[in-house]
Ligand binder design. Structure first.
Ligand code: SF4
Length: 342
């Protein structure tokens, strides 16, 4: 059995039924060509997402954590079909959307939204709050004007803004309030699935938890499923049900939040977590032994052979340079890609 087949089999061990799965990603790849020479020929590929399979369950928040350049944002955009996958299959709500053209994907767009990191850059500064939130309704639905206005007002109140704010412009708001406007715009179509791409990393720490709590409340109100992308493990811990740790285009580990934070198995996850204190049941902080990783993230255009983490891993051994470890279920619902467990 090839490593790709092994990984597909391992992932199918999940106990969820098809009805409980909103997004099923199968062997997703996204390669970007690297051009070189006078003729700008393709001389290689940057493997931003390299053969990843996983599922997102209805109503859950799957957190994806990894360093800048790990491929997490690219993965999010491929799932929404904002980028075309190089290979693999994306099944959304039971429908294969991997190869749909613009016309085919359009009816599904309202069910899949994205919230970006920088609300100032993602909101058109020339549009009023009302116009910004109303715009998706104009594109997707043929609603009477009064009904649109009512929906916008309701949504503003749901995200903690006032109805009178609808006539203001983005620059009149703080960063946290602008992110609330972005959230309102993403939710106005009542989507099923929202990708949150570092939505609080540009905000002050004091505002971050307010926005995260709002997102949790809205998840319950609107029955939402989130894919939450962040580099900050504390943020991921606050909001996620399950966590995937990503390194150079692949998942290193995938498990429930409790398992990942209490019993990380992959050396990369252990190193990431060693930087944050453990809060015990009696609310006392305990320091973990800090694991300092050697070097920086390798160039994704020229990743190490075998295990991509081997150049920084304190446990690397001969096999790690030869065999690429596959993501395998090492205990119930706990998936790890590391030769220490095989
Ligand atoms: Fe480290 Fe080897 Fe495991 Fe990779 S496979 S994480 S190099 S021990």
């Amino acid at each position: 059995m090839t490593s790709k087949e092994k990984e597909a089999v391992q992932i199918q061990h999940s106990p969820k039924t098809e009805n409980e799965i909103l997004v099923h990603a199968k062997n997703i790849k996204k390669y970007f060509p690297i051009k070189g020479g006078i003729l700008k020929r393709t001389i290689g590929h940057l493997k931003a997402v390299d053969d990843i399979s996983f599922q997102i369950y209805k109503g859950e928040t799957l957190g994806i954590v990894g360093e800048s350049g790990s491929g997490k944002s690219t993965l999010g955009r491929v799932l929404l079909r904002l980028l075309d996958p190089t290979d693999g299959k994306i099944v959304f709500n039971g429908i294969d959307i991997s190869n749909m053209g613009n016309r085919g994907i359009r009816p599904h767009r309202k069910d899949m939204q994205i919230i970006f990191q920088d609300p100032f850059a993602s909101l058109n500064s020339k549009m009023s709050v009302e116009e910004l939130i109303e715009e998706p309704l104009l594109i997707q639905q043929n609603l009477p004007k009064e009904e649109r206005k009512r929906k916008v007002t309701d949504m503003l109140e749901k995200v903690g803004l006032r109805a009178s704010d609808r006539l203001k412009y983005p620059h009149e708001f703080s960063g946290g309030q602008r992110q609330r406007i972005s959230i309102a715009r993403a939710l106005i179509m009542e989507p099923k699935f929202v990708i949150c791409d570092e939505p609080v990393s540009a905000l002050d720490v004091s505002i971050q938890s307010q926005v995260l709590n709002l997102m949790k409340d809205l998840q319950d109100d609107f029955d939402l499923t989130y894919l939450f992308i962040a580099h900050d493990l504390s943020v991921i811990k606050h909001i996620s049900d399950r966590v995937a740790v990503m390194y150079l285009g692949r998942f290193a580990e995938l498990a429930s939040k409790e398992t990942i934070y209490k019993k990380p198995l992959h050396p990369y996850t252990q190193a990431l977590l060693s930087a944050i204190p453990i809060i015990d049941v009696d609310d006392t902080k305990k320091e973990r032994e800090k694991i300092i990783l050697k070097g920086d993230l390798p160039n994704p255009a020229d990743p190490p052979s075998g295990c991509a983490f081997r150049t920084r891993c304190p446990h690397a051994h001969d096999r790690c340079a030869i065999d690429r470890p596959v993501l395998q279920e090492v205990e119930k619902d706990h998936f790890v890609a590391c030769h220490l467990y095989t």
